[in-house]
Design a protein around this ligand. Sequence first.
Ligand SMILES: Nc1ncnc2c1ncn2[C@@H]1O[C@H](COP(=O)(O)OP(=O)(O)OP(=O)(O)O)[C@@H](O)[C@H]1O
Ligand SMILES: [Mg+2]
Length: 337
Amino acid sequence: MNQTQLLKINGLKQYFPIRGGFFGRKVNDVKAVDDISFEINKGEAVSIVGESGCGKSTTGRAILRLDEPTEGTIEFNGVDLLSLKRKDMKKARKDLQIIFQDPYASLNPRLTVRQIIYESMDIQKHVKRQDREARMFELLELVGLQRHQADLFPHEFSGGQRQRVGIARALSVDPKLIVCDEAVSALDVSIQAQVLNLLKKLQKEMELTYLFISHDLGVVRHISDRIIVMYLGKIVEIGDNESIFENPKHPYTKALLSAIPVPNPKKKSERILLEGDVPSPIDPPQGCRFHTRCPFATDLCKEETPQLRTTDGMTENHQAACHYINEIDFEKVKARV
Ligand SMILES: Nc1ncnc2c1ncn2[C@@H]1O[C@H](COP(=O)(O)OP(=O)(O)OP(=O)(O)O)[C@@H](O)[C@H]1O
Ligand SMILES: [Mg+2]
């Protein structure tokens, strides 16, 4: 793997103000992302996973500056994105694309696929007019669509095909990083696999770097080089694919892994069931944010915030934020189902 850094996020915070009262003053904040740092190397596929509302999409949006982050830095290809003026940010967006869960909502229903792709090329003005058609057909072929489909409208496609249109549009500007926000979540399992395989193939062919966002660890398992597990705005564990799946250290990661269905019904899964709901990101719990739902929490967890760290039995790039790494006896709460 090429180890050149493409994206470096440092101390990112995204607070959304809550206004109230007679004067509409700020009364509190939704701490959607609360001080996270991570890096992505060129050619890597990194996934952010976690339950609904933990700040995954907010992180993705911050990278594209769709929201203005509250604090922190986002370096892309050596450039501090947050310092760019509007015009320069527009140029930088050529290298940064995002694919959403629902391509229907993000594709203009009044435009044909041809027009959608031309529009995207024209915004960045990097393909000459006379070359647009050839490039558009090339893109359709790349994502497995037929030439004659160029003149169809989004509603004339199936969900999986529509997502392919979304991918073709993202690729039309030759991006370096693609953020896939729940890009396959709405699709049937078999179509999910097709689209994921397509993304994997494109990654090799076009030297792409991916940031996948998903609430389901199972979905990103085969496509991720590294995985970031988020809980209530914070990173609780980060590591390469094997470390997260074979040697998870944070009880929350264990619980997420327990939620993945086991294909062989004879092999009983070992489950750690998560009880209760995710607390509010307006007033997140003190200490370890996971302590209110963690079966192993002690007084220390209620008082002190654990930092990401590596200990014995963990690979160099594997970190978890738990006071009791290696001390937890998961057998104790494991319920066999
Ligand atoms: N523009 C906004 N204004 C106020 N609050 C917001 C805004 N965007 C997100 N939030 C809040 O920030 C938190 C994180 O939201 P985010 O969309 O990042 O979650 P997510 O991890 O992507 O969840 P999901 O899996 O449901 O997509 C949520 O509590 C959400 O309500
Ligand atoms: Mg989301």
